[in-house]
Design a protein around this ligand. Structure first.
Ligand code: TZP
Ligand code: MG
Length: 236
C-alpha cells in the first residue's frame, strides 16, 4: 500500500477549466502551490490525445510542487504520463485488474455503498473516495447522497483512508473531518471560486484547524490564520 496525504485532494472538471493552455497551466500551478496535498486530473469528454498532452505538462507542475498526481478513469494515461496513481470507479477498468497491472501505483476507488468496500479490499486499493456526501451539480451519474451519517458509516467499515467528495466546502470540511474522513476532495468549490488559489489556501487552513484546532503554515501559502482554539464541527 502506498500512503499519501489526502487532506486536500483537488480534482478537475473539464467544463470548469480554461480552454487556453497558458491560462490552464498557470491556474493549476497557482492552486497546487497553496496547500493541495493530492491532485487528480479528471477530464471527462476530452480526447485521449489532449488528455495525454495536458497530463504531461501537469506531471511537470505537480513534480515541481511536490504534489502526487492521480489520473481519473484511465490507467493507460496514468502510466503514459508517469503519474503516481489512478482513480477508478465501478464503470472503469476493474480495480483488481489495475492493481495487477500496476502493483506500485496509488489506486483509488469510488465508493457509495458499504458493499463497494469489498471490491476495494480485493484490489488492495490505497484509499476510497466516498460520496456524494452532499448533492452536487458536478457529477450527475452518482449514487444516492450519503450525508455525513452515510460518510460516517462507510468510514467505520473502511480499512483504508476515506476521502469525502460531493460539494465539499469551507462550510462542511470540518464536519467531514469529524466524521473520520482523511480529507476532502473538491472540484467546484475551487474552480468556481473568484480566486481559486485563495480558495485552496482557505480550505487547507480549515482542514488543519478542524484536525488540530489551530492553523499551520502551509508551504507557499501567503495567509495564515490565528488559532481560534474551538472546533465548530458537530460531534461524530
Ligand atoms: N464523485 C462523486 S461527487 C463528484 C464526484 C466526481 C463531484 C464532486 O465535485 P464537486 O464540485 O466538488 O461537488
Ligand atoms: Mg471513473
Amino acid at each position: 500500500m502506498t500512503t499519501a496525504d489526502y487532506s486536500l485532494y483537488l480534482a478537475t472538471d473539464a467544463d470548469l477549466l480554461p480552454t487556453e493552455d497558458l491560462q490552464l497551466f498557470s491556474l493549476l500551478e497557482r492552486c497546487l502551490s497553496q496547500g493541495v496535498s493530492v491532485f487528480q486530473l479528471r477530464l471527462k469528454g476530452v480526447s485521449t490525445r489532449r488528455f495525454y498532452e495536458i497530463g504531461l505538462r501537469v506531471r511537470e507542475i505537480t513534480r515541481a510542487c511536490q504534489v502526487p498526481l492521480l489520473i481519473n478513469d484511465r490507467l493507460d494515461l496514468a502510466l503514459a504520463v508517469q503519474a503516481d496513481g489512478v482513480h477508478l470507479g465501478r464503470d472503469d477498468l476493474p480495480v483488481s485488474e489495475a492493481r495487477r497491472l500496476w502493483p506500485e501505483g496509488i489506486l483509488g476507488y469510488s465508493v457509495n455503498r458499504i458493499e463497494d468496500l469489498a471490491v476495494a479490499a480485493t484490489a488492495s486499493v490505497d484509499y476510497v473516495g466516498v460520496g456524494p456526501v452532499f448533492p452536487t451539480a458536478t457529477k450527475r451519474d452518482t449514487g444516492p447522497v450519503l450525508g455525513l451519517s452515510g460518510l460516517r458509516e462507510i468510514v467505520r467499515e473502511a480499512r483504508v483512508p476515506c476521502v469525502a467528495i460531493g460539494n465539499m466546502s469551507l462550510a462542511n470540511a470540518a464536519e467531514a473531518v469529524a466524521a473520520g474522513a482523511a480529507g476532502i476532495c473538491v472540484i467546484s468549490t475551487v474552480f468556481k471560486a473568484d480566486d481559486p488559489a485563495r480558495a485552496v489556501a482557505a480550505l487547507r487552513r480549515e482542514i488543519e484547524r478542524a484536525r488540530h484546532g489551530r492553523s499551520v503554515d502551509i508551504p507557499g501559502s501567503s495567509r495564515q490564520r490565528e488559532s481560534s482554539g474551538t472546533d465548530r464541527a458537530s460531534p461524530g
